[in-house]
Design a protein around this ligand. Sequence first.
Ligand code: C2E
Ligand code: CA
Ligand code: CA
Length: 431
Amino acid sequence: MASSKHPPPPPIDRKAFFRLLSEWVSVSGRYGTKFALLLIDISRFHRVNHLHGYHIGDRILLKLEELLGTVRRPQDVLYRIGDNRFALVLKDIMNPGHAELAAQKIQRLLEMPFQSGDDPVPVSCTVGISLYPTHAHTAENLLRECEDVLNHARSTGEPVGISQREEEDEAVSELWDLEMELARALDKQQLQVFYQPQVSINSGAPIGAEALIRWVHPHRGMVRPDIFIPIAEKTGLIKPITNWLLNTVLRHSTKWTDRWGELSVSVNIPADFILRPYLKDFVANALQLWSNKRITLVLEIVERSLIEEPERCFKVLNDLRSMGIRISIDDFGTGYSTLSYFKFIPVDELKIDQSFINNLTADKANQSIVRLITALAHSFEMAVVAEGIEDANTLQYIRKIGVDIGQGYHLARPMPAEEFRNWLTGYQIDR
Ligand code: C2E
Ligand code: CA
Ligand code: CA
């Protein structure tokens, strides 16, 4: 039994896992390698919690993680992705047999019962397997396929389910296409910027928008940024894309109404961009070209951009701020910030991650976190943005605790440039 008294760390969320999976798909596609995705469901785990208590459930989870770790080779990765679900990715494997062997090994390891005091607690699992690119060539299909075979195995009582799809040849070529097509997408004007309004919680007036990129593909339809931004980052295309983005949002914003006074436009900056020597030039050139006193450019960066070399990053951020730019920390609360940073961090705004906002009214712990982040931001004279506001109750709640700016489907969805321009002109404050 695991000796630790600590509860197991919370599972990684689905969106984050999906992002990683997309990255592995793009890397494997480029190098022509295969990998296997194994989803491991612990059977009747809720029953274990119910019969033996959560502390036993927690200890079993820790032990399971340890056992599963013994199947992993150094290049493989293991995540807990749900209360009773693990994902194991076996990299660079040769054939499905490899993955099946791993699944059998996992089954055998779990045959030994766990102990709760003197009582044995039997634990068993079901494993689903799908291979990239043999069974699917996108992260989405790979995950769906794996979930399907897992569910099927569970319903028939089989210990292991493995995908029977065949997609190999087509798969590899389609992935290559995606990369090549992305390279041409900029020239062909298939990339578009959508704008999602941001509203002052206090006055109800618009204060600006976040720019969100979209790839309108002639055959595939709208490709989501979660899919192609990782490819753009891997291939270096993110550099021209970000430069294009800065110029495009500043160009669009010259046409926005002056009805609401000064407005801001926020652009997402990839994690490793801060220390790139050209970032300042891109920003300075775009600002000069589209000079507009009524528009403030906001750069949204994620916390992890700062962890490697905080001092150097802080200097760059300060230089950018002296050009009149505001800095916002995106997805705040999910990263690595330590409180001592706050003494030095040259940041104007904290953007609370939507996972804390989405189910805010039902979740007391999230309410505490949001209140805490708001107080923290205000005591360092930073503004607070809540994104992912999906209903009126959430809006009301964040108003009560003093969040400054709101964004989310309840207020408005991301929309094309022209539509946002009209939205701004026609918007009525409703309170
Ligand atoms: P993000 O920066 O956290 O963007 C917020 C995402 O939440 C957007 O998804 C937005 O459409 C979505 N969203 C807004 N309100 C709500 C809501 O009320 N409920 C829910 N469930 N979702 C909401 P989107 O546009 O698909 O973007 C996903 C991610 O892709 C962004 O996350 C960002 O990391 C990246 N991305 C988007 N545009 C760009 C870009 O221009 N450059 C870079 N580097 N990354 C971008
Ligand atoms: Ca963002
Ligand atoms: Ca965000």
